[in-house]
Design a protein around this ligand. Structure first.
Ligand code: SGN
Ligand code: CA
Length: 539
Protein backbone atom coordinates (compact mmCIF):
# COMPACT_ATOMS: atom_id res chain seq x y z
CA UNK A 1 0.00 0.00 0.00
CA UNK A 2 2.84 2.31 0.94
CA UNK A 3 4.46 1.73 -2.46
CA UNK A 4 1.19 2.41 -4.33
CA UNK A 5 0.66 5.58 -2.34
CA UNK A 6 4.18 6.73 -3.09
CA UNK A 7 3.75 5.97 -6.77
CA UNK A 8 0.45 7.84 -6.88
CA UNK A 9 2.07 10.80 -5.18
CA UNK A 10 4.95 10.85 -7.68
CA UNK A 11 2.44 10.57 -10.53
CA UNK A 12 0.37 13.43 -9.14
CA UNK A 13 3.46 15.59 -8.70
CA UNK A 14 4.54 14.86 -12.28
CA UNK A 15 1.08 15.76 -13.53
CA UNK A 16 1.16 18.95 -11.49
CA UNK A 17 4.53 20.02 -12.94
CA UNK A 18 3.48 19.17 -16.47
CA UNK A 19 0.34 21.26 -15.99
CA UNK A 20 2.30 24.20 -14.56
CA UNK A 21 4.78 24.03 -17.41
CA UNK A 22 2.00 24.00 -19.96
CA UNK A 23 0.33 26.90 -18.22
CA UNK A 24 3.61 28.83 -18.25
CA UNK A 25 3.96 28.11 -21.98
CA UNK A 26 0.44 29.29 -22.73
CA UNK A 27 0.90 32.35 -20.57
CA UNK A 28 4.00 33.51 -22.41
CA UNK A 29 2.96 36.53 -24.44
CA UNK A 30 3.18 36.81 -28.21
CA UNK A 31 5.28 39.71 -29.42
CA UNK A 32 4.53 41.79 -32.50
CA UNK A 33 7.22 44.30 -33.31
CA UNK A 34 6.03 46.84 -35.89
CA UNK A 35 8.69 49.17 -37.19
CA UNK A 36 8.70 51.71 -39.98
CA UNK A 37 11.72 53.27 -41.58
CA UNK A 38 12.30 56.99 -40.89
CA UNK A 39 8.87 57.58 -39.34
CA UNK A 40 9.06 60.89 -37.46
CA UNK A 41 6.98 61.13 -34.28
CA UNK A 42 5.77 64.49 -35.62
CA UNK A 43 3.88 62.41 -38.21
CA UNK A 44 1.85 60.33 -35.74
CA UNK A 45 -1.30 61.96 -34.43
CA UNK A 46 -0.91 60.35 -30.99
CA UNK A 47 2.11 62.70 -30.70
CA UNK A 48 1.18 65.63 -32.88
CA UNK A 49 -1.96 66.37 -34.89
CA UNK A 50 -0.59 69.18 -37.06
CA UNK A 51 0.49 67.09 -40.05
CA UNK A 52 -1.51 63.88 -40.33
CA UNK A 53 -4.14 61.73 -38.65
CA UNK A 54 -2.94 58.17 -37.98
CA UNK A 55 -5.99 56.67 -36.26
CA UNK A 56 -4.73 53.09 -36.45
CA UNK A 57 -1.25 53.63 -35.06
CA UNK A 58 -2.93 55.74 -32.37
CA UNK A 59 -5.04 52.70 -31.39
CA UNK A 60 -1.87 51.17 -29.91
CA UNK A 61 -1.38 54.19 -27.64
CA UNK A 62 -5.06 54.17 -26.67
CA UNK A 63 -4.82 50.54 -25.63
CA UNK A 64 -1.40 50.98 -24.04
CA UNK A 65 1.47 53.38 -23.44
CA UNK A 66 2.97 56.27 -25.39
CA UNK A 67 6.65 57.04 -24.74
CA UNK A 68 7.47 60.74 -25.20
CA UNK A 69 11.25 60.45 -24.73
CA UNK A 70 12.11 57.25 -26.60
CA UNK A 71 15.35 57.56 -28.53
CA UNK A 72 17.95 55.63 -30.50
CA UNK A 73 21.62 55.13 -29.66
CA UNK A 74 22.73 55.96 -33.22
CA UNK A 75 20.28 57.60 -35.63
CA UNK A 76 20.75 55.55 -38.76
CA UNK A 77 19.03 52.51 -40.15
CA UNK A 78 21.08 49.32 -39.92
CA UNK A 79 22.94 50.27 -36.71
CA UNK A 80 19.59 50.90 -35.03
CA UNK A 81 18.24 47.54 -36.22
CA UNK A 82 21.36 45.77 -34.94
CA UNK A 83 20.94 47.49 -31.57
CA UNK A 84 17.31 46.40 -31.41
CA UNK A 85 18.23 42.78 -32.13
CA UNK A 86 21.27 42.56 -29.84
CA UNK A 87 20.42 44.93 -26.98
CA UNK A 88 23.87 46.47 -27.37
CA UNK A 89 25.34 49.82 -28.39
CA UNK A 90 26.66 50.02 -31.92
CA UNK A 91 30.33 50.14 -30.90
CA UNK A 92 29.82 46.74 -29.20
CA UNK A 93 27.87 44.84 -31.88
CA UNK A 94 30.07 46.46 -34.52
CA UNK A 95 27.42 47.71 -36.96
CA UNK A 96 28.28 51.36 -36.43
CA UNK A 97 27.05 52.51 -39.86
CA UNK A 98 25.08 51.32 -42.88
CA UNK A 99 28.29 50.37 -44.61
CA UNK A 100 29.86 47.75 -42.28
CA UNK A 101 28.24 44.30 -42.56
CA UNK A 102 26.38 42.96 -39.52
CA UNK A 103 28.51 40.47 -37.60
CA UNK A 104 26.25 37.43 -37.46
CA UNK A 105 28.17 35.91 -34.54
CA UNK A 106 26.28 38.43 -32.38
CA UNK A 107 23.52 36.75 -30.36
CA UNK A 108 20.13 38.32 -31.05
CA UNK A 109 16.92 38.19 -29.04
CA UNK A 110 15.00 36.32 -31.82
CA UNK A 111 17.58 33.51 -31.61
CA UNK A 112 17.08 33.28 -27.86
CA UNK A 113 13.29 33.33 -28.18
CA UNK A 114 13.39 30.66 -30.87
CA UNK A 115 15.53 28.46 -28.64
CA UNK A 116 13.03 29.01 -25.85
CA UNK A 117 10.18 27.67 -27.98
CA UNK A 118 8.86 30.77 -29.72
CA UNK A 119 7.77 30.60 -33.34
CA UNK A 120 9.51 33.48 -35.11
CA UNK A 121 8.96 35.37 -38.38
CA UNK A 122 10.19 38.55 -40.07
CA UNK A 123 8.61 40.42 -42.99
CA UNK A 124 9.87 43.61 -44.62
CA UNK A 125 13.02 45.71 -44.37
CA UNK A 126 16.11 44.54 -42.49
CA UNK A 127 18.93 46.24 -44.43
CA UNK A 128 21.83 44.13 -43.12
CA UNK A 129 23.29 42.69 -46.30
CA UNK A 130 22.87 39.24 -44.71
CA UNK A 131 19.87 37.16 -43.66
CA UNK A 132 18.45 37.22 -40.15
CA UNK A 133 19.28 34.38 -37.79
CA UNK A 134 16.74 32.88 -35.42
CA UNK A 135 13.71 33.02 -37.73
CA UNK A 136 11.46 30.12 -38.72
CA UNK A 137 10.22 32.22 -41.60
CA UNK A 138 11.35 35.42 -43.30
CA UNK A 139 10.66 37.45 -46.41
CA UNK A 140 12.89 40.50 -46.47
CA UNK A 141 13.59 43.31 -48.92
CA UNK A 142 17.10 43.31 -50.38
CA UNK A 143 19.00 46.35 -49.06
CA UNK A 144 16.63 49.40 -49.01
CA UNK A 145 13.94 47.66 -51.06
CA UNK A 146 11.62 49.28 -53.61
CA UNK A 147 8.21 50.92 -53.16
CA UNK A 148 6.67 49.44 -56.29
CA UNK A 149 6.79 45.79 -57.41
CA UNK A 150 9.48 44.97 -54.86
CA UNK A 151 11.88 42.03 -54.78
CA UNK A 152 12.11 39.87 -51.68
CA UNK A 153 14.69 37.44 -50.32
CA UNK A 154 12.71 34.59 -48.80
CA UNK A 155 13.65 31.70 -46.58
CA UNK A 156 11.72 29.11 -48.57
CA UNK A 157 11.13 30.41 -52.10
CA UNK A 158 14.47 32.04 -52.91
CA UNK A 159 14.30 35.49 -54.50
CA UNK A 160 10.87 36.63 -55.63
CA UNK A 161 9.32 39.74 -57.14
CA UNK A 162 5.82 40.73 -56.11
CA UNK A 163 3.65 43.14 -58.07
CA UNK A 164 2.03 45.92 -56.08
CA UNK A 165 2.80 48.46 -53.38
CA UNK A 166 5.38 47.51 -50.79
CA UNK A 167 3.45 48.49 -47.64
CA UNK A 168 0.42 46.47 -48.72
CA UNK A 169 2.57 43.49 -49.75
CA UNK A 170 4.51 43.31 -46.46
CA UNK A 171 1.17 43.34 -44.63
CA UNK A 172 -0.30 40.65 -46.91
CA UNK A 173 2.69 38.44 -46.14
CA UNK A 174 2.35 39.09 -42.41
CA UNK A 175 -1.38 38.32 -42.37
CA UNK A 176 -0.91 35.22 -44.46
CA UNK A 177 1.68 33.94 -42.00
CA UNK A 178 -0.65 34.61 -39.07
CA UNK A 179 -3.50 32.82 -40.83
CA UNK A 180 -1.71 29.87 -42.33
CA UNK A 181 1.59 29.25 -40.59
CA UNK A 182 1.16 30.37 -37.02
CA UNK A 183 1.12 27.40 -34.67
CA UNK A 184 -1.65 27.38 -32.11
CA UNK A 185 0.43 25.67 -29.42
CA UNK A 186 3.43 28.00 -29.47
CA UNK A 187 3.84 31.67 -28.57
CA UNK A 188 5.16 33.74 -31.48
CA UNK A 189 7.42 36.71 -32.11
CA UNK A 190 6.69 38.54 -35.33
CA UNK A 191 8.69 41.40 -36.82
CA UNK A 192 6.60 43.44 -39.27
CA UNK A 193 8.98 45.99 -40.77
CA UNK A 194 7.92 48.68 -43.23
CA UNK A 195 10.07 50.32 -45.86
CA UNK A 196 7.89 53.43 -45.79
CA UNK A 197 8.27 56.32 -45.20
CA UNK A 198 11.91 56.07 -46.38
CA UNK A 199 13.17 58.28 -49.18
CA UNK A 200 12.27 58.63 -52.09
CA UNK A 201 8.73 58.78 -50.78
CA UNK A 202 6.47 57.09 -53.32
CA UNK A 203 2.94 56.83 -52.02
CA UNK A 204 0.34 54.23 -53.03
CA UNK A 205 -1.65 55.01 -56.18
CA UNK A 206 -4.87 55.28 -54.15
CA UNK A 207 -3.46 58.22 -52.16
CA UNK A 208 -1.99 60.26 -55.02
CA UNK A 209 -4.97 62.50 -55.73
CA UNK A 210 -5.63 63.33 -52.08
CA UNK A 211 -2.07 63.95 -50.94
CA UNK A 212 -0.80 65.94 -53.95
CA UNK A 213 -3.49 68.49 -53.10
CA UNK A 214 -2.72 68.98 -49.41
CA UNK A 215 -1.08 71.94 -47.66
CA UNK A 216 0.92 71.66 -44.46
CA UNK A 217 2.01 74.10 -41.76
CA UNK A 218 5.71 74.95 -41.77
CA UNK A 219 7.96 74.25 -38.80
CA UNK A 220 9.25 77.35 -37.01
CA UNK A 221 12.87 76.54 -37.80
CA UNK A 222 12.46 75.92 -41.55
CA UNK A 223 14.80 78.85 -42.23
CA UNK A 224 17.36 78.08 -39.53
CA UNK A 225 20.69 79.74 -40.43
CA UNK A 226 22.65 77.41 -38.10
CA UNK A 227 24.42 80.38 -36.52
CA UNK A 228 23.86 79.37 -32.90
CA UNK A 229 25.71 76.04 -33.06
CA UNK A 230 29.14 74.68 -33.96
CA UNK A 231 29.90 74.00 -37.63
CA UNK A 232 28.42 70.47 -38.26
CA UNK A 233 24.86 71.81 -38.47
CA UNK A 234 25.75 74.20 -41.30
CA UNK A 235 28.05 71.68 -43.02
CA UNK A 236 25.47 68.90 -43.22
CA UNK A 237 24.05 68.23 -46.67
CA UNK A 238 20.40 67.71 -45.84
CA UNK A 239 18.89 71.12 -46.35
CA UNK A 240 15.59 70.92 -48.24
CA UNK A 241 16.38 73.89 -50.48
CA UNK A 242 19.96 72.97 -51.27
CA UNK A 243 20.09 69.17 -51.14
CA UNK A 244 16.65 67.74 -51.87
CA UNK A 245 16.48 66.49 -55.45
CA UNK A 246 14.02 68.22 -57.81
CA UNK A 247 13.06 65.14 -59.82
CA UNK A 248 14.27 62.28 -57.60
CA UNK A 249 12.55 63.63 -54.49
CA UNK A 250 10.07 66.33 -55.50
CA UNK A 251 8.87 64.70 -58.73
CA UNK A 252 9.54 67.62 -61.06
CA UNK A 253 9.58 65.89 -64.45
CA UNK A 254 13.18 65.73 -65.80
CA UNK A 255 12.02 67.26 -69.09
CA UNK A 256 10.56 70.22 -67.19
CA UNK A 257 13.83 70.64 -65.31
CA UNK A 258 15.57 70.90 -68.69
CA UNK A 259 12.98 73.34 -70.00
CA UNK A 260 13.34 75.57 -66.94
CA UNK A 261 17.13 75.21 -66.82
CA UNK A 262 17.13 73.67 -63.32
CA UNK A 263 20.42 72.02 -62.38
CA UNK A 264 20.39 68.50 -60.97
CA UNK A 265 21.01 67.96 -57.27
CA UNK A 266 22.93 64.73 -56.63
CA UNK A 267 21.57 61.72 -58.48
CA UNK A 268 18.41 63.66 -59.23
CA UNK A 269 17.30 62.33 -62.63
CA UNK A 270 18.95 58.96 -62.23
CA UNK A 271 16.94 58.18 -59.10
CA UNK A 272 13.76 59.39 -60.78
CA UNK A 273 14.47 57.11 -63.76
CA UNK A 274 15.14 54.18 -61.44
CA UNK A 275 11.79 54.57 -59.70
CA UNK A 276 9.92 55.04 -62.98
CA UNK A 277 11.66 51.95 -64.36
CA UNK A 278 10.04 49.79 -61.69
CA UNK A 279 6.47 50.80 -62.47
CA UNK A 280 4.07 48.71 -64.53
CA UNK A 281 2.64 50.73 -67.47
CA UNK A 282 -0.59 51.43 -65.60
CA UNK A 283 1.24 52.51 -62.41
CA UNK A 284 3.45 54.81 -64.52
CA UNK A 285 0.40 56.34 -66.13
CA UNK A 286 -1.30 57.02 -62.79
CA UNK A 287 1.87 58.48 -61.37
CA UNK A 288 2.42 60.76 -64.37
CA UNK A 289 -1.21 61.86 -64.31
CA UNK A 290 -1.15 62.71 -60.62
CA UNK A 291 2.05 64.74 -60.85
CA UNK A 292 1.15 66.46 -64.15
CA UNK A 293 -0.91 69.10 -62.33
CA UNK A 294 1.86 69.64 -59.78
CA UNK A 295 4.30 70.14 -62.66
CA UNK A 296 1.99 72.51 -64.52
CA UNK A 297 1.61 74.75 -61.46
CA UNK A 298 5.34 74.60 -60.82
CA UNK A 299 6.13 75.55 -64.42
CA UNK A 300 4.12 78.75 -64.04
CA UNK A 301 5.47 79.65 -60.61
CA UNK A 302 9.15 78.76 -60.92
CA UNK A 303 10.50 81.66 -63.04
CA UNK A 304 9.54 84.27 -60.43
CA UNK A 305 10.23 82.20 -57.30
CA UNK A 306 12.58 83.57 -54.64
CA UNK A 307 14.81 81.16 -52.69
CA UNK A 308 12.41 81.45 -49.79
CA UNK A 309 9.51 80.41 -52.04
CA UNK A 310 11.51 77.56 -53.52
CA UNK A 311 12.18 76.29 -50.00
CA UNK A 312 8.48 76.56 -49.16
CA UNK A 313 7.47 74.79 -52.35
CA UNK A 314 9.95 71.96 -51.82
CA UNK A 315 8.91 71.57 -48.18
CA UNK A 316 5.25 71.31 -49.24
CA UNK A 317 6.02 68.72 -51.92
CA UNK A 318 8.19 66.77 -49.48
CA UNK A 319 5.39 66.65 -46.92
CA UNK A 320 2.78 65.57 -49.48
CA UNK A 321 4.84 62.57 -50.55
CA UNK A 322 6.31 61.64 -47.18
CA UNK A 323 2.96 61.80 -45.41
CA UNK A 324 1.25 60.05 -48.33
CA UNK A 325 3.44 57.00 -47.69
CA UNK A 326 2.49 57.10 -44.00
CA UNK A 327 -1.20 57.00 -44.85
CA UNK A 328 -0.69 53.50 -46.28
CA UNK A 329 1.34 52.44 -43.24
CA UNK A 330 -1.48 53.53 -40.97
CA UNK A 331 -4.14 51.74 -43.02
CA UNK A 332 -2.09 48.55 -43.00
CA UNK A 333 -1.38 48.70 -39.28
CA UNK A 334 -5.18 48.93 -39.00
CA UNK A 335 -5.55 45.74 -41.05
CA UNK A 336 -3.19 43.92 -38.70
CA UNK A 337 -4.86 45.22 -35.52
CA UNK A 338 -8.29 44.27 -36.92
CA UNK A 339 -7.01 40.76 -37.54
CA UNK A 340 -5.62 40.45 -34.02
CA UNK A 341 -8.86 41.68 -32.50
CA UNK A 342 -11.05 39.45 -34.63
CA UNK A 343 -8.96 36.40 -33.75
CA UNK A 344 -8.64 36.91 -30.03
CA UNK A 345 -4.96 37.59 -30.40
CA UNK A 346 -4.81 41.00 -28.79
CA UNK A 347 -5.23 39.73 -25.24
CA UNK A 348 -1.93 37.98 -24.72
CA UNK A 349 0.18 39.95 -27.17
CA UNK A 350 2.68 42.77 -26.77
CA UNK A 351 2.27 45.08 -29.77
CA UNK A 352 5.04 47.62 -30.32
CA UNK A 353 5.05 50.41 -32.88
CA UNK A 354 8.32 52.26 -33.44
CA UNK A 355 10.70 53.53 -36.12
CA UNK A 356 14.40 52.79 -36.71
CA UNK A 357 14.95 56.47 -35.89
CA UNK A 358 13.21 59.82 -36.11
CA UNK A 359 13.37 62.22 -39.05
CA UNK A 360 13.46 65.94 -39.82
CA UNK A 361 10.28 67.23 -41.38
CA UNK A 362 11.72 70.64 -42.22
CA UNK A 363 12.94 71.44 -38.70
CA UNK A 364 16.29 73.25 -39.07
CA UNK A 365 15.51 73.31 -42.80
CA UNK A 366 16.33 69.60 -42.95
CA UNK A 367 15.22 66.21 -44.15
CA UNK A 368 17.05 62.98 -43.12
CA UNK A 369 18.34 62.17 -39.62
CA UNK A 370 21.78 61.28 -38.05
CA UNK A 371 22.11 64.21 -35.59
CA UNK A 372 21.46 63.88 -31.87
CA UNK A 373 19.04 66.84 -32.08
CA UNK A 374 15.56 65.78 -31.02
CA UNK A 375 13.73 65.08 -34.28
CA UNK A 376 16.18 62.37 -35.30
CA UNK A 377 17.48 61.28 -31.89
CA UNK A 378 13.97 60.62 -30.61
CA UNK A 379 11.78 57.97 -32.19
CA UNK A 380 8.10 57.10 -31.81
CA UNK A 381 7.29 54.34 -29.36
CA UNK A 382 3.81 53.04 -28.61
CA UNK A 383 3.22 49.76 -26.78
CA UNK A 384 0.00 47.85 -26.14
CA UNK A 385 -0.24 44.86 -23.79
CA UNK A 386 -3.80 44.44 -22.56
CA UNK A 387 -4.08 43.48 -18.94
CA UNK A 388 -0.52 44.60 -18.22
CA UNK A 389 -0.37 48.22 -19.43
CA UNK A 390 -2.98 50.71 -18.30
CA UNK A 391 -4.84 51.95 -21.41
CA UNK A 392 -4.00 55.47 -22.48
CA UNK A 393 -0.95 55.73 -20.25
CA UNK A 394 2.22 57.66 -21.01
CA UNK A 395 5.85 57.60 -19.97
CA UNK A 396 8.35 60.48 -20.14
CA UNK A 397 11.33 58.31 -19.14
CA UNK A 398 14.51 58.12 -21.22
CA UNK A 399 14.12 54.77 -22.93
CA UNK A 400 16.05 53.58 -26.00
CA UNK A 401 16.00 51.05 -28.81
CA UNK A 402 18.70 49.37 -26.69
CA UNK A 403 15.95 48.26 -24.30
CA UNK A 404 13.77 46.13 -26.60
CA UNK A 405 15.82 42.92 -26.42
CA UNK A 406 15.89 42.70 -22.60
CA UNK A 407 12.22 43.69 -22.46
CA UNK A 408 11.07 40.93 -24.80
CA UNK A 409 13.30 38.32 -23.16
CA UNK A 410 11.99 39.18 -19.71
CA UNK A 411 8.40 39.11 -20.97
CA UNK A 412 9.05 35.63 -22.37
CA UNK A 413 10.67 34.42 -19.15
CA UNK A 414 14.05 33.99 -20.86
CA UNK A 415 17.23 34.91 -18.98
CA UNK A 416 18.71 38.17 -20.26
CA UNK A 417 22.41 37.65 -21.18
CA UNK A 418 24.63 39.65 -18.83
CA UNK A 419 26.40 41.45 -21.69
CA UNK A 420 23.20 43.04 -23.02
CA UNK A 421 23.37 46.76 -22.30
CA UNK A 422 19.70 47.73 -22.37
CA UNK A 423 17.22 47.68 -19.52
CA UNK A 424 13.87 45.94 -19.51
CA UNK A 425 10.95 48.33 -19.93
CA UNK A 426 8.59 46.04 -18.07
CA UNK A 427 8.57 48.09 -14.83
CA UNK A 428 7.59 51.16 -16.84
CA UNK A 429 4.95 49.26 -18.80
CA UNK A 430 3.43 48.07 -15.53
CA UNK A 431 3.43 51.61 -14.15
CA UNK A 432 6.16 50.86 -11.59
CA UNK A 433 8.12 54.00 -12.47
CA UNK A 434 9.92 54.06 -9.10
CA UNK A 435 11.86 50.97 -10.22
CA UNK A 436 13.29 52.85 -13.21
CA UNK A 437 16.58 54.52 -12.28
CA UNK A 438 18.11 55.67 -15.57
CA UNK A 439 18.76 59.42 -15.67
CA UNK A 440 20.84 59.77 -18.83
CA UNK A 441 21.40 58.03 -22.15
CA UNK A 442 24.39 57.69 -24.46
CA UNK A 443 24.47 58.39 -28.18
CA UNK A 444 27.14 57.82 -30.83
CA UNK A 445 26.89 58.49 -34.57
CA UNK A 446 29.69 57.36 -36.93
CA UNK A 447 28.70 57.50 -40.61
CA UNK A 448 31.11 60.13 -41.96
CA UNK A 449 32.26 60.89 -44.60
CA UNK A 450 29.05 59.77 -46.27
CA UNK A 451 25.82 60.97 -47.84
CA UNK A 452 24.44 64.04 -45.99
CA UNK A 453 27.84 64.72 -44.39
CA UNK A 454 26.93 64.72 -40.71
CA UNK A 455 30.12 64.78 -38.64
CA UNK A 456 30.80 61.94 -36.19
CA UNK A 457 29.66 62.72 -32.67
CA UNK A 458 28.83 61.23 -29.33
CA UNK A 459 26.66 62.71 -26.59
CA UNK A 460 25.02 62.34 -23.23
CA UNK A 461 21.33 63.25 -23.05
CA UNK A 462 19.44 63.90 -19.84
CA UNK A 463 15.90 65.24 -19.50
CA UNK A 464 17.39 68.73 -19.13
CA UNK A 465 20.55 68.84 -21.26
CA UNK A 466 22.56 67.49 -24.14
CA UNK A 467 26.33 67.56 -24.11
CA UNK A 468 27.64 66.76 -27.59
CA UNK A 469 31.16 66.11 -28.82
CA UNK A 470 31.76 66.40 -32.58
CA UNK A 471 35.14 64.85 -33.09
CA UNK A 472 36.24 63.80 -36.55
CA UNK A 473 36.41 66.82 -38.84
CA UNK A 474 36.74 69.40 -36.09
CA UNK A 475 36.86 68.92 -32.38
CA UNK A 476 33.86 70.84 -31.05
CA UNK A 477 31.55 70.69 -28.05
CA UNK A 478 27.94 71.74 -27.74
CA UNK A 479 25.75 72.12 -24.71
CA UNK A 480 22.00 72.40 -25.26
CA UNK A 481 19.54 73.45 -22.59
CA UNK A 482 16.58 71.25 -23.53
CA UNK A 483 14.08 73.00 -21.27
CA UNK A 484 14.93 76.61 -22.16
CA UNK A 485 15.76 75.93 -25.79
CA UNK A 486 13.53 73.09 -27.01
CA UNK A 487 14.23 73.94 -30.64
CA UNK A 488 17.94 73.41 -29.98
CA UNK A 489 19.19 76.56 -31.63
CA UNK A 490 21.78 77.73 -29.13
CA UNK A 491 25.04 76.20 -27.99
CA UNK A 492 25.69 77.38 -24.41
CA UNK A 493 28.90 75.40 -23.91
CA UNK A 494 30.97 78.55 -23.36
CA UNK A 495 28.35 80.46 -21.41
CA UNK A 496 29.71 80.97 -17.84
CA UNK A 497 26.19 80.55 -16.45
CA UNK A 498 26.42 76.86 -17.42
CA UNK A 499 29.94 76.22 -16.06
CA UNK A 500 28.74 74.01 -13.21
CA UNK A 501 26.25 72.06 -15.34
CA UNK A 502 28.91 71.55 -17.99
CA UNK A 503 31.39 70.15 -15.47
CA UNK A 504 28.82 67.74 -14.06
CA UNK A 505 27.76 66.58 -17.50
CA UNK A 506 31.36 65.89 -18.51
CA UNK A 507 31.75 63.67 -15.45
CA UNK A 508 28.48 61.87 -16.26
CA UNK A 509 29.46 61.44 -19.90
CA UNK A 510 32.81 59.89 -18.91
CA UNK A 511 30.90 57.57 -16.58
CA UNK A 512 28.51 56.50 -19.35
CA UNK A 513 31.34 55.85 -21.78
CA UNK A 514 33.00 53.68 -19.18
CA UNK A 515 29.76 51.86 -18.37
CA UNK A 516 29.03 51.11 -22.02
CA UNK A 517 32.71 50.45 -22.84
CA UNK A 518 33.18 53.12 -25.49
CA UNK A 519 36.63 54.67 -25.89
CA UNK A 520 38.56 57.05 -28.16
CA UNK A 521 40.71 54.09 -29.17
CA UNK A 522 37.63 52.25 -30.38
CA UNK A 523 36.49 55.38 -32.30
CA UNK A 524 39.86 55.43 -34.02
CA UNK A 525 39.58 51.76 -34.94
CA UNK A 526 36.25 52.39 -36.66
CA UNK A 527 37.70 55.40 -38.49
CA UNK A 528 40.73 53.35 -39.60
CA UNK A 529 38.56 50.48 -40.78
CA UNK A 530 36.40 52.91 -42.74
CA UNK A 531 39.44 54.51 -44.37
CA UNK A 532 40.87 51.10 -45.24
CA UNK A 533 37.61 50.05 -46.90
CA UNK A 534 37.40 53.40 -48.71
CA UNK A 535 40.92 52.92 -50.08
CA UNK A 536 39.90 49.52 -51.42
CA UNK A 537 36.81 50.96 -53.06
CA UNK A 538 34.42 49.17 -50.70
CA UNK A 539 32.61 52.34 -49.59
C1 SGN B 1 19.66 56.39 -48.86
C2 SGN B 1 19.08 57.79 -48.97
C3 SGN B 1 19.64 58.72 -47.90
C4 SGN B 1 19.51 58.07 -46.54
C5 SGN B 1 20.19 56.73 -46.56
C6 SGN B 1 20.17 56.00 -45.24
N1 SGN B 1 19.39 58.36 -50.26
O1 SGN B 1 21.01 56.38 -49.23
O2 SGN B 1 18.95 59.94 -47.96
O3 SGN B 1 20.08 58.90 -45.55
O4 SGN B 1 19.54 55.92 -47.53
O5 SGN B 1 18.87 55.76 -44.81
S1 SGN B 1 18.59 57.90 -51.57
O6 SGN B 1 18.99 58.84 -52.60
O7 SGN B 1 18.99 56.55 -51.90
O8 SGN B 1 17.18 57.97 -51.29
S2 SGN B 1 18.63 54.59 -43.83
O9 SGN B 1 17.31 54.79 -43.23
O10 SGN B 1 18.68 53.37 -44.58
O11 SGN B 1 19.69 54.68 -42.84
CA1 CA C 1 15.87 54.55 -41.38
Amino acid sequence: IKQTLLLTLVLLLQLHFAFCQQKATIARPNIIFIMSDDHAYQAISAYDTRLIETPNIDRIAKKGMLFTQASVTNSICAPSRATILTGKHTHIHGKVDNHFPFDTTNITFPQLLQQAGYQTAMFGKLHFGNNPKGFDQFKILPDQGAYYNPDFITKQEGNIKVEGYVTDIITDMTLEWLQKERKQDQPFMLMYLHKAPHRSWLMAERHLAEFTNKNFPEPQTLFDDYSGRTSPASEAEMNILHHMAWAGDNKVFPELMDELGIAEIGFDKRRYAYEMGRFTPSQAENFKKAYARVNQDFKKAYPSMTDKEKMQWKYGRYMQDYLGTIKAVDENVGRLLDYLEANNLMENTIVVYTSDQGFYLGEHGWFDKRFVYDESFKTPLLVAWPGKIKPGSRSDELVQNLDFAPTFLEAAGVKVPSDMQGESLIPLLKGETQKWTRKAVYYHYYEYPAEHMVNRHYAIVTKDYKLIHYYYVEDQWELIDRKKDPQELKNVYNDPAYAKVKKELHVQLDGLRKKYKDTDKLNQQYVDKFMEDATHGKV
